[in-house]
Structure formats: C-alpha cells, structure tokens
Design a protein around this ligand. Structure first.
Ligand code: HEC
Ligand code: HEC
Length: 387
C-alpha cells in the first residue's frame, strides 16, 4: 500500500528516482543551526565585547535547536532517528577500510563516518552551550545561571568554552570535507540533498514521509521548547545574581566624592585601599580633598563595608590586584591597564571623556559596579567642542 501510494503520479520510466531522505524538520534544523553557529562564531571570535547579546541569544537558539533535534532523533522520520545511524564497531571499521580503498558501501542515510560526525557535533555543541551559560552566569552575572555560578568557576569555564569552540571549528572543517568526499564517491550532491531532502541514488522502496507533518512537528516542538525554556529562564533569572551585594545609596558619597570626578563604585578597590585613601585626603592626587572628620569617618566605613572583597563581579575580582606603587589607584592596576591598553591616549582626552578615571563616559552601568560588556560604548569624537 505504501509502495502503491509512493509510486502514484511518478514516472515509471526512471529506475532510480529521487527519494526523500532528510525530512523538512532535519533540513530546517540543519540550516538554522548553520546560521546560528555562524552568528556565534563571528560574534565570539571577531566581535567586540558589546556584541555579547547577539552571541548569547544565538547560543540560546542553538541550545533550543539541539534539544528539538534530540527529541526528533527518537520520534522523527526513519532517517532522522538515531537508531538508523548507530552502527556496530565492526561495521564502522569495515566502512573505514572500504573508504581507504576508495569504494565504500552505499548508505541512504548517514554512513558510519557521517554518523560519528553527527554525534561528535551534537556532543560538542551541547558542551559549548552549557559551558557558555556557566561563563555568562559566573563571569558576567548574567543569564540563567547568574544566581548560582561563582566568578572563579565562570572564569575557569571560559577556557573550556574557547577550547570547545576551536574543536567545533575543526569538526566543521572535517564535516565539510566529509560531505565533499562522499558526494564524489556516491554521486549524490549531498549539499543539495540537505536542501531538497532527496537523494537520487537511493533505492526506490525507501520510506516516504509527509513534508507538511514534519514541518508542523518541528514548529510545535520548537515553540514548546522555547516557551518552556522561557519559563525556566524566568524562574532562574529571577534569582538575584550571586555576585552582587545589596547596597544602599549614599548621597553624601555621591556629593562629596563625585565633585571632581566620577564617584567610583566601592567594589573597585579593596577595603584596605579605601582606608588608606580616606586617611590621605589632604593630599589626594595633588588636590586637597579633605573633609569634616565625621563625614570622612562615615564615608570610610561605608566604602570599606562595600569594598571589592564583598563582590563577585568581573571588575571586583580583577581589580583586587593592585599597583604596588599606588595602591589607591584603579587605573594603574594591571587588569585595568590590560583591558584599556588598546584605547589610544587621545581617546581619553576627548572632551566627552576627559580622563581615564571617567568610567561612566564609556561604561553606561559604571554606577552599579557591574561593567557589563553590553554597556560599553566609547563616545565619539565631538568636533565642535574639540576644535
Ligand atoms: C578636589 C577634587 C577631588 C575630590 C573632592 C575627590 N577627588 Fe578623588 N581624585 C581627584 C584627582 C585630581 C584624582 C586623580 C585622577 C584624575 O585626574 O581623575 C583623583 C583620583 C581618585 C581615585 C583614583 C582614580 C584612578 O584614576 O584610578 C580614587 C579612587 C578617588 N579619587 C577617590 C575619591 C574619593 C573616595 C573621594 C571622596 C572622599 C574623592 N576622590 C574626592 C580629585 C578629587
Ligand atoms: C574611553 C572609554 C573607557 C573608559 C573611560 C573606561 N573604560 Fe573600561 N573599558 C572600555 C572598553 C572599550 C573596554 C573593553 C575592552 C576590551 O575589548 O577588552 C573596557 C573594559 C572594561 C572592563 C572589563 C569589562 C568586561 O566585562 O570585559 C572593566 C572592568 C572596566 N573596563 C572598568 C573600567 C573602570 C573601573 C573605569 C574607570 C576607572 C573604566 N573602565 C574606564 C572603555 C573605557
């Protein structure tokens, strides 16, 4: 009956006919994944810090796609199921031996080499997505895991995330080479197959599946996953980021210490530095910034209470290493110098910025002490003022 339906309306003359191998779900999955991986690759390897949002959202997209693909691998059309391309070790070895001789057996779906590649890609993509979430939560205090991952864990996973990204690049290279080799050997244009879904060389009694149904299932599963992911996200992202401290605003600090320059967030220096700085206000970077004793004591206590030791943000963690010669300065710390080393001197001199210490000019969230990547923006050259 299936065969009968299958043959209806088809020309009986051709022996070989195009057979649908990759259902619409698999094709939509494949090309959506290509686009999202391209976006994460470009934003991750080449992008500026403030492109982080695009990187992260493409990453969430990849996670969603992988989950839908895992489900489709269990319940999808025959060639999409993992069970159709799990091969024994013996069969895999035999295939590779044949491949070396240049005459591999023909498989309609994935051959053993292609199957290994699919599993490797899925495994690496899952690992990259999870490690990315850990970096985002730990290092940036953002995303689903912001409330649970400490900074040092995020930092450690950044290395892992990077190594995995290079591994993915290598796998993608291998995958593309594999596709071209198999296209040569089998006579099928595999790239076109992944667009049309059909292969010419398949035997005629292959299974036919409804394109409409698989597109419908793709969309339904994707919507379900995105929405349930949304709920998990909302629930988890509701947790306060564990690196941030609840701090009451201090009007006195803002007015007394925000007069000559940006009122630096307490998390930018350790308690000991604040103590030293507050004791030497009479000779403060060449200025007399001395204050009434009580006010000075109050501010000193407040600064020490919320000093960098209390925070688990990227800025606080990294700025703890001080410049030995000038332990009350932020802009001479090794980390600050490293992160701002590529910014030309005359950029800081712009009227719209003024000095290195004017964090708020380039970091829109400097008042919160977060220094999120997405909040960085260097004010442009202001012609009329600078002439
Ligand atoms: C009379 C002006 C004046 C006042 C008031 C003042 N400062 Fe400063 N402060 C300076 C100058 C000048 C510098 C040198 C760096 C610069 O040019 O921005 C500086 C630098 C600093 C730095 C180092 C910044 C860096 O570049 O690493 C910190 C931290 C600092 N001040 C904290 C404070 C605190 C806390 C208070 C309030 C108790 C305060 N300042 C009040 C003039 C002032
Ligand atoms: C001229 C603009 C400018 C000023 C002023 C400036 N920054 Fe930055 N900052 C940047 C840029 C651009 C980056 C990103 C550099 C990179 O690509 O790594 C950055 C990166 C950082 C980072 C790392 C952020 C992250 O998540 O990767 C921290 C922390 C930071 N700045 C703190 C400060 C502090 C504290 C001050 C003030 C004392 C300051 N910056 C002043 C432009 C500026």
């Amino acid at each position: 009956m299936d065969n009968l339906l299958h043959n209806l309306g088809k020309s009986p003359v051709k022996e070989m006919r195009a057979v649908l191998v990759w259902d619409l779900f698999v094709r939509l999955f494949h090309w959506s994944l290509v686009i999202l991986v391209l976006i994460t690759g470009i934003t991750g390897f080449l992008g500026e810090e403030w492109w982080l949002d695009y990187h992260v959202w493409a990453g969430y997209g990849i996670g969603g796609l992988i989950i839908t693909r895992l489900i489709w691998g269990l319940v999808g059309s025959p060639y999409a199921r993992f069970s159709s391309f799990v091969f024994s070790r013996a069969e895999t070895l035999r295939f590779f031996k044949e491949l070396l001789r240049g005459r591999p057996s023909h498989y309609t779906g994935h051959n053993p080499a292609g199957a290994l590649m699919v599993f490797a890609l899925v495994f690496v993509l899952i690992s990259i997505t999870v490690s990315g979430l850990i970096v985002l939560g730990g290092q940036e205090n953002q995303g689903v895991l912001a409330g649970v991952v400490p900074y040092f864990v995020g930092e450690a996973f950044e290395e892992i995330h990077e190594v995995l990204a290079f591994l993915l690049l290598a796998l993608i290279g291998g995958h593309i080479i594999g596709v071209f080799v198999e296209s040569r050997l089998s006579g099928d244009n595999l790239v076109r197959s992944m667009v049309t879904g059909t292969k010419e060389s398949a035997s005629p009694d292959e299974i036919k599946h409804s394109k409409l149904k698989s597109a419908f299932v793709f969309l339904t599963v994707l919507v379900l996953i995105v929405s349930s992911g949304g709920w998990v996200y909302v629930a988890l992202a509701d947790l306060p980021p564990n690196g941030l401290v609840k701090m009451t605003a201090n009007e006195t600090y803002a007015s007394e210490c925000g007069d000559c320059h940006f009122a630096y967030h307490p998390s930018l220096l350790p308690a000991n530095s604040w103590r030293k700085l507050m004791m030497g206000l009479g000779e403060h970077f060449g200025e007399d910034a001395s204050l009434d004793k009580d006010i000075s004591k109050g501010l000193s206590d407040w600064l020490q209470k919320y000093a960098s030791e209390k925070w688990d943000t990227e800025a606080a963690n990294n700025l703890r290493e001080l410049d030995a010669k000038n332990p009350i300065s932020i802009t001479t710390t090794p980390y600050w110098k490293k992160r701002h080393g590529e910014i030309a001197k005359n950029v800081f001199a712009r009227k719209s910025i003024g000095s290195k210490g004017n964090c708020i000019a380039c970091h829109k969230d400097a008042r919160s002490g977060r220094f999120d990547d997405q909040q960085i923006s260097i004010p442009l050259y202001q012609k009329e003022k600078e002439i």
